[in-house]
Design a protein around this ligand. Structure first.
Ligand SMILES: C[S@@+](CC[C@H](N)C(=O)[O-])C[C@H]1O[C@@H](n2cnc3c(N)ncnc32)[C@H](O)[C@@H]1O
Length: 219
């Protein structure tokens, strides 16, 4: 069982984010970054990383030869990303951009893959819907979407998760005036956005989900 609600506090000091997120995930976040890259990044493929933060997923994709565009609304997080060395073979461009600007910024079918890790949980449900629909428009036919994020476990796990998260949520809100929320019905949302071949893998007591889906070739 994990709660990532503390993420907003980490983001207020971007230079400490990488260390903090490893601590919050009990050292397991690096395997998620690698898993996203394994599922999406091939040499030369254009990959869009939504909410790239300090750049770990983008760099993992670049390490596999992808040409990555990492976008984030937070200049401080991007500043940390820019200090990191881009691995040989791939490329990364960092751009300060909010989810709401995606469709104005890029052409339809511009990317072979869209990825996002721990960013959907920072968006409102309406923004999530918009982000998924934009991701679909920006993907080429047959392109792949991979999301990894905190979700609400089902059954007793969900009650336990709420009990653990509540005090952290309150403290986070006091410190940052914002919060994160586990993404609800993530697979259903991805389906509603028009994606196909949806596969969901739950980890960490059902509190974390990796979703993979494709944009149908007829779209
Ligand atoms: C918890 S961090 C995750 C960073 C990175 N993807 C990772 O897994 O380490 C969430 C990121 O989403 C970004 N974000 C939140 N709302 C956003 C929005 N509306 N548009 C773009 N980025 C956003 C935040 O600035 C933050 O860098």
């Amino acid at each position: 069982m994990s709660s990532f609600v503390w993420m907003k506090v980490l983001e207020s000091t971007p230079e400490r984010y990488d260390r903090g997120i490893r601590w919050l995930s009990r050292g397991r976040i690096d395997e998620v970054y690698e898993e996203i890259a394994r599922r999406t990044a091939v040499p030369g493929r254009r990959v869009l990383d939504i909410g790239c933060g300090t750049g770990a997923v983008s760099l993992a994709c670049a390490r596999r030869g992808a040409q990555v565009l990492g976008i984030d609304i937070d200049a401080g997080m991007l500043e940390v990303a820019r200090t990191k060395q881009v691995p040989p073979g791939g490329s990364v461009e960092w751009r300060e951009l909010g989810v709401a600007e995606l469709l104005d910024a890029f052409a339809e079918n511009a990317f072979g893959a869209v990825v996002s890790c721990l960013a959907m949980s920072e968006l409102s449900p309406d923004e999530q819907t918009y982000a998924l629909s934009a991701a679909r428009r920006l993907l080429e036919p047959g392109g792949v979407l991979v999301l990894a994020d905190e979700v609400m476990p089902t059954g007793v796990g969900g009650l336990l998760h709420r009990a653990i998260s509540f005090p952290l949520t309150a403290a986070t809100y006091v410190m940052t005036q914002t919060t994160t929320r586990p993404v609800r019905d993530i697979a259903a949302r991805v389906r509603a956005a028009g994606f196909v071949n949806i596969r969901e893998e739950r980890r960490w007591g059902g509190s974390f989900s990796i979703i993979e889906a494709t944009k149908g070739t007829g779209a």
